[in-house]
Write a protein that binds this ligand. Structure first.
Ligand code: ACO
Length: 325
């Protein structure tokens, strides 16, 4: 086997704001019920950032835990990629704000905007730096305050989302080029801009208003299972592994029915699915690293295991990643 440079995840962290909002809490604001939300989505509750807590604060808390797990210090970090659709400010990038708050030295810092697929996209971007020797210690963060994008009179969307952040440290390690190497082994990324109307925010800087999240939920649902399944197979091919051989399936946490539908379609045993949707709801770009963190914390996910990540979000964007922890 030839020697290759791999981008290896060496630490994982997560952070959820203290405030918990239950389905019953939401039922006092819009015409919905705990029963409807649980049955259609699997969601029981979500976390909501404090009024004075911007996305960067959530990102920093998750990043500190990831750095500690990797045995790294803020001084070591030379690349920060934040996947977010809810940045603190239009500019600077949330990644640059995180760099300042963590006290990292001058390096590379920017955001990636691919909505719920952002973390998978950001991992791929970081791989491009780390595996080419252009970064030695990267922080890849998914961080969101999605509750700030909600139209609280729209029961079709406001019950689905929550706030949170997850982070990983990615470092270069020599591998042999095979599937037993640790690191990011395969990707498949996709976007279809013609499906914009299914899931979007009806505002932005050049429209003069912040806007709210709008979604044709049943249409998104229909695309999700088919699109994600194709990307999963492509990422598995890219990595040279079979889908059945993965130890853990760590999907974007949008809806329990989508998680189960995708797992069934691609032939993944339901016992291998890490689901946090009941407790976290949909935290957009944060949901995959938060689920990974949860799996590590409760002892299910272990170093050396083969993981399959996938996501789909506004754009539409979607994608999958195979990695050995
Ligand atoms: N409580 C009670 N009733 C509701 C609620 C609610 N919170 N929301 C909608 N309903 C009603 C609708 O008004 C409709 O009523 P009607 O039949 O009288 O018109 C009925 O429930 C059915 O509505 P649907 O939208 O068809 O319900 P569906 O079974 O599709 O479930 C859901 C909706 C949960 C949103 C589902 O479609 C879904 O999960 N979609 C995918 C979401 C997703 O994955 N998003 C992608 C990621 S998000 C991102 O990228 C930012």
């Amino acid at each position: 086997m030839t020697s290759v440079m791999r981008s290896v995840v060496t630490g994982v962290g997560g952070y959820l704001p203290d405030r918990v909002v239950t389905n019953d809490d939401l039922a006092t604001r819009v015409d919905t019920s705990d029963e409807w939300i649980r049955e259609r989505t699997g969601i029981h509750q979500r976390h909501q950032a404090a009024d004075d807590q911007p996305t960067s604060d959530l990102a920093v808390a998750a990043a500190r835990r990831a750095l500690e797990a990797a045995g790294r210090k803020p001084e070591d970090v030379d690349l920060i990629v934040v996947a977010t659709t809810t940045p603190d400010l239009t500019f600077p990038a949330t990644a640059a704000i995180v760099q300042r708050k963590l006290g990292c030295p001058i390096g590379i810092a920017f955001d990636v905007q691919a909505v719920c697929s952002g973390f998978v996209y950001a991992l791929s971007v970081a791989d491009g730096f780390v595996a080419r020797g252009r970064a030695n210690c990267a922080l890849v963060i998914g961080a969101e305050t999605m509750t700030r994008l909600m139209d609280w009179s729209d029961r079709g969307t406001c019950v689905l989302f929550g706030d949170g952040a997850g982070a990983v440290v990615v470092e270069p390690r020599a591998g042999e080029g095979g599937t037993t190497d640790r690191g990011l082994l395969g990707f498949a990324l996709r976007a279809d801009g013609t499906k914009q109307d299914l899931l979007f925010v009806d505002g932005g800087v050049s429209t003069g208003q912040i806007g709210h999240l709008r979604m044709q939920g049943n249409q998104v649902f229909r695309h999700a299972v088919v699109n994600i399944s194709e990307a999963i197979r492509a990422a598995a091919d890219d990595a040279g592994i079979t889908v059945a051989s993965v130890d853990w399936f760590i999907p974007h946490q949008a809806n329990q029915r989508i998680l189960e539908g995708v797992a069934k379609r691609v032939g993944i045993d339901e016992k291998k699915v890490i689901s946090t949707v009941a407790q976290h709801a949909n935290t957009s770009a944060a949901s995959i690293p938060l689920a990974l963190y949860q799996g590590l914390q409760d002892g299910r996910v272990k170093p050396g295991q083969l993981l399959l990540l996938e996501a789909m979000g506004g754009g539409l964007t979607w994608g999958a990643c195979v990695l050995r922890l």
